[in-house]
Structures are given as C-alpha cells and as structure tokens.
Design a protein around this ligand. Structure first.
Ligand code: SF4
Length: 683
C-alpha cells in the first residue's frame, strides 16, 4: 500500500472527456471516480469510464510490437515497416500509402500531432478518418449555411426551456458533435424547472423515456418532421427581428417554399405519427420563446442526413434561437480559440479517389467508405491504421476483410487486440490512456465552455508499449521522412504537449498547474457569431445543394412496407471498444430488439436467435422482445463481432453523394427464426 495514490486526469473513451480521479496502487489501477472539481463533468462518470481499470488490465491489451504475427523488438518492427513503406512509395508513389485515423488518434493530442505531420510529409492524398462514418453532415451543413465547417451548435442546457433531440440519445451517447457528460441530470433539471424535452426517435430510448413528448416516427423521416415544424413556425411566429438581422432574405423565401409541402397531414403520413403529436410539438414551439434543436447519429446514419441537419438549423434560426441564450450556442475553444479558426476555407482540399471519382478529398480527407475500393482496385498498397478498427466498423464487413488482407502492408497501431490487429503485418503496441499524459486537443472546440485540462500519466507503460508520437517519429526517422523534432526521452509527453498549448488562452504551465482543468476568462461572450461574425456575412437558410437533396428525397417513392433496422449505442460499450468488458456485464448484450407484434408475426421468441437479412448481407442475433420498439422497426447495436450490423450495409449503395456517408440505419431487413438455441451473444 506504500505507493497507493490518486491522480487527476480525464477519460478518453468518448469525446465527453470527463474529469476523473484514478486510484492506483503501484502499477495496479484500483478504481476510477468522477472529479467533482471538473467544471464541465462535475463529478460525473458513466459505466464505461468506471470500467477503465478492467480495460487497462484486460488480457487483450497489447504489450509488444509484432512482425507477421510474432512479437518483435521495436527496431525489428519499425526497420521492416520503414523499408516496405519506402518500397511502396518508390514503386507506386505516395498515394499508394493510405492512413486511417480513429478514436485512438483523436484522443491522443501528442500522437495526433505526429501522425498528421507524417501524413503531410509523406504527401499522400489517401487520408481517412472515422469522422466520415458518423458526422460529415454536421460539417457540411455548418459550412453551407455559415461559411465555416467548424461552427457546430449545441443546446444551451443551462437556460433551455424547450429542447428537441432528433435521433439523439445523449443519456447514453453523451453528445454528438458537442460533449454532454451528464445528460440524464441536465435533462431532468430542465424539466424540473418547467422546461420541456421532446425526443424524436423510432425507439423509446433512455432519453425518450423521460421526455415530455416522444415522437416515435418511422426511421429516416426526420427531414419531413423538421420541415413541418419550420413551416408552422414561419406561418405562426417567426422571429422577424432575428431573421432581418442575420439571414439572407432570398434564402428565407426559398426556405419557405421548400417546407410548404410538409403540411400536417402529409407529414403525419410520411412520418407515421398521429396528427395530435405533431400539434403538441408545434404548440410548444409557438409558445416557447426559444428552442434548442439538435440532431444525433440517428440522423447522420439515416436517409436524408444533410436535409434533416439543415432543417434543424433552420428551426433554430426561424425561432431566433441560433447563438442566443436558451437556444443553441457556438463553442469558443481554448487551445485553439474559435475566433481565429472560423474563416471560410475551401471544401475540396485534394484529389478525387481514383476508384470512386465522384468523391474528392474534403477538408483534408476522403470518405472512409471508398477506402475498400481504393485498395481492391490496386491504388492503395499499404495502410496505416491509428487507433481504429476498420475490419469491424466499415460498411460491408466481408469486402473490408478482403481489402485489408489484400494489402502489401497493414500496419496497425492500437492498445488492444481487435479484428483489425489480427490481420496486421506490423503491429504497433501503443500506450493506454492511463500510461501517458494528454490534453483534450481534438475536442477543444466541443466543450460547452472555453475549457482545457492537462491529464497526468497515472502509471508507467507496461511491456514494450510506446507513446504514439515516439512510434511515428521513429518510423519517420527510419524512412527519411522529415517530421517535427521529437524529445529524446520516450516518456517526455510534456515536451510534445507544450506545443499544443502554444496558441491557447493560457500557457502550458498555467494549464498544468490546474489539475481539474482551467476555464478561460477572456473568451468572447455567448452570441459572438450571429450576426456580426458569420463567415459568409449572412446565414444561408436554403443552400442550393441541400434544397436539391430535400426535393429529391421528398419526391422519391416511400420505402415499401416491411421491417427497418436501426442502429443503437449501448451504455457499457463505445463503438467496438469495451465489448470485452461489457460482455462480462449481465446486460445489455448486443441483442436484436423486436416489438412483440413483430416477434409474433415472425415466430421469434425472447432469447432465441434470428437471422437478419438485408439486400447486402446477413447476420444472426439473439432476440430481445421489447415494447420500446416501434412496430415494424428492429434495433441492433454496432461494433460487435456477432451480431454484425455492418454486414448488412454497403459501401457502394446508399452513400450520401455530398459526403460519402454510408447508411447504417433505417435498413430494410427480413427476419427468420434460428432453430438451434443461441446461448450467448459473443463479443
Ligand atoms: S461519458 Fe463515460 S466514456 Fe465518456 S468521457 Fe465520460 S466517463 Fe468516459
């Protein structure tokens, strides 16, 4: 017990970045609790954060680098990798090397700096990230309406009197685009103080269960609902003062024409909801001064993701709620103040994908959904994966596996064994989040207040684990790629992190001296963007590309009757992370939620198996009969080996033509009972 200690740091499992106090005894992580001095999370942690000790000591953690499946030294692994990458570049050019980055890249400030420097120095156009698998509509719509992809609105939780959450379940997800650690308590507080919460979702989610109004619509019809709400507000109580001050007048006229077809009867039929429910939401909108409308992955992964996101912005604008207290606000940033970042920038930043020329590099990356074809067409010969699991999270799992196994080089950096590390030619064993110091640099622009924190290292790295920045700097040195100078000491994270604070609102020393984080007192006040700092001058309420998409979607034939599958998150799991820990819990497992009526119609029983088939593939899942589902809609979580929701999706069909976002939700499926018993859902 001599070395028992408490260390303040922050959780890097999801973007909420909750402040935590970790108790360690020697090299043993004993427990995690919330840091009550943390100004954003205020002592909150979820079950995932509290599972950090189990995650840290799990047998699937990687201790050593490996070459062709055999443990090796760093020199052996990186010498071989450098030589093979150099050969690929010399023979086929830099675009033959692709780089895919995910959570392990995003939540590692020092590592990210070196990875992105490496990509730039290599000169490859083949840059990818998981951002294009769940969020690209948010950046696109922000850019088209304001002129900056970085202006992401978030509900003013402190002052909101009416919150409308569309396809978003923050009690489990903890936010989408902007962090929301303790959504359960904050939504309760809004209601306790007389405010109202509306949740729009085909399932009675954890957030919908506590809402004042639950609009349980058909999957993928959010754009119709939002179009109707905008139409009614424009007819009954537009905030003309706000619109006169901030909005391009011609775009307001066009918006009015775009939403006109969404009358109550048409919308109720399209969304499959009672007229009375629509009227209840409209009444709240016309009697509440401001609204905070926000969309989640239920929108971005479904039909018409851009149109729905646009109309949620439009609803906030026509009610005068955009960048106003009680409505939605814009973050201000700390390490990279947003005032200096929101200038207009070109959307297309690089060449088109050679196998899918309809998609070009946008804001520094190509859509992840085209990577399989870039590999299988022979253009990409080597792939470096940083902290991600494409074998499990890309659409069309079989095709992804075929693509990954066809590569000359698949180098994977991770902290634990995954479906992707199992295929690696070179395995790069990284330090876990408790083995390195860090700062929340990637999510800097998503804190609701201008805040940052220095998260201290809790324990020394075990085995041969190394910090990402060290691995990449060594690889660059061996390849002769010019990178920023790295410290000599592989444990000196601070020397790299200090660079991340260089343009911040405080010095690195000041940040480090505040173990629960620091809030800037010199950031601009709420309302800093609208109307004076809108990059394009005035808001465009009807961007042409979105108008075209809405009209095409509105006029398309509705989906034929049948079952639709929607995606969901689990409280104990984060994408494909934490499955091994979650599977030790009694519930929730990755079950297929089926309404009792559908279970009877398809002869399914609780705890037994079901074959789930789409036009793209099939998987098998354990049935959980649940009246939380809307009849005709079933739900599976993503990121599990079995059942595999990605097996049901395509990386060619149903891609959004503007962003390349694949459809992961609202997929037409059929069900058939499995005759043999399903004992447990595997991780
Ligand atoms: S919400 Fe949970 S997983 Fe996300 S940062 Fe907080 S404790 Fe970690």
């Amino acid at each position: 017990m001599a070395d028992r200690r408490e260390v303040r740091t922050f959780c890097r499992i999801c973007a909420a970045s909750c402040g935590i106090v970790v108790t360690a005894d020697g090299e043993q992580i004993v427990s995690v609790r919330g840091d009550s001095d943390h100004p954003v999370s205020q002592g909150y942690t979820c079950s995932k954060g509290r599972a950090l000790p189990a995650m840290h000591h799990h047998e699937d953690r990687l201790d050593d680098p490996a070459l062709a499946g055999q443990a090796a030294s760093w020199d052996e692994t990186l010498d071989d990798l450098a030589a093979r990458l150099r050969t690929v570049v010399d023979e086929h050019g830099p675009d033959a090397v692709a780089i895919y980055r995910s959570a392990g890249w995003a939540f590692d400030a020092a590592g990210r700096y070196f990875i992105d420097s490496f990509a730039r120095a290599l000169g490859t156009n083949q840059i990818y990230s998981s951002l294009t698998l769940d969020t690209p509509n948010k950046l696109l719509v922000a850019d088209l309406m304001t002129g900056s992809p970085l202006l992401l609105p978030f509900p003013d939780r402190e002052n909101a009197r009416l919150v409308i959450l569309v396809g978003q379940n923050p009690i489990v997800s903890h936010g989408h685009g902007v962090m929301w650690p303790n959504a359960l308590q904050e939504l309760r507080q809004i209601r306790a103080s007389g405010g109202k919460v509306v949740v729009v979702d085909p399932r009675i989610t954890e957030s919908a269960a506590g809402a004042d109004v639950h609009v349980q619509l058909l999957p993928g019809t959010d754009a119709a609902l939002l179009g109707h709400l905008v139409r009614e507000v424009l007819a009954r109580r537009p905030d003309t003062e706000f619109l006169d001050a901030a909005v391009d007048a011609a775009s307001l006229d066009l918006l009015r024409r775009c939403v006109e077809p969404f009358d109550a009867a048409t919308t109720a039929a399209r969304c499959g909801v009672p007229l009375a429910t629509l009227a209840e939401v409209v009444e709240l909108l016309v009697t509440t001064p401001r609204v905070a409308t926000s969309c989640g992955t239920g929108v971005s992964m479904s039909e018409a993701p851009n149109a729905a996101e646009w109309l949620s912005w439009a609803l906030n604008a026509v009610t005068g709620s955009l960048d106003r207290p009680g409505g939605v606000l814009f973050t201000r940033g700390f390490l990279r103040p947003m005032e200096s970042r929101i200038a207009s920038r070109p959307r297309v930043t690089g060449a088109a994908a050679t196998s899918r020329p309809e998609f070009s590099q946008t804001w520094g990356e190509l859509p992840a959904a085209v990577l399989n074809d870039e590999i299988l067409s022979g253009g990409v010969r080597a792939l470096l994966v940083f902290g991600g699991n494409p074998a499990k999270v890309f659409p069309d799992s079989d095709k992804t596996r075929a693509a990954l196994t066809s590569l000359d080089v698949l180098a994977v950096h991770d902290v634990r064994r995954t479906e992707t590390t199992d295929l690696a030619t070179h395995l790069l064993a990284g330090t876990g989040q408790l083995e390195r110091a860090d700062m929340p640099a990637y999510v800097d622009g998503t804190f609701p207040i201008p805040f940052t924190q220095y998260g201290a290292r809790v324990v020394e790295p075990a085995g041969q684990r190394r910090a990402t920045w060290w691995i990449v700097s060594e690889l660059g040195r061996k390849m002769g790629v010019r990178l920023p100078e790295a410290p000599n000491d592989p444990l000196d994270d601070d020397a790299v992190l200090a660079g991340a604070a260089r343009s911040g609102r405080a010095t690195f020393e000041q940040i480090k001296a505040a173990p629960s984080g620091i809030v800037a007192d010199d950031a601009p006040e709420v309302g800093w963007v609208v109307p004076d700092r809108i990059p394009r001058g005035r808001l465009d309420l009807a961007p042409a590309e979105l108008v075209d998409q809405l009209e095409a979607w509105r006029d398309a034939a509705p989906a034929p009757p049948g079952l639709a599958l929607v995606n969901r998150r689990l409280p104990h799991q984060m994408n494909s992370l934490l499955r091994e820990v979650a599977s030790q819990q009694r519930r929730p497992l990755p079950t297929l939620l089926v309404h009792p009526q559908d279970a009877a119609a398809y002869h399914l029983t609780d705890g037994a198996g079901a074959h789930v088939r789409s036009r793209h593939g099939e998987t098998t899942a354990m049935v959980e009969i649940s009246s939380a589902m809307r009849p005709g809609v079933v739900s599976l979580p993503h990121g599990w080996s079995g059942p595999d929701v990605n097996q049901l999706t395509s990386d060619v069909d149903d891609l959004d033509p503007l962003t390349g976002m694949p459809r992961f939700s609202g997929i037409a499926v059929t069900l058939e009972p499995v005759l043999e018993p399903v004992v447990a859902a595997p991780a």
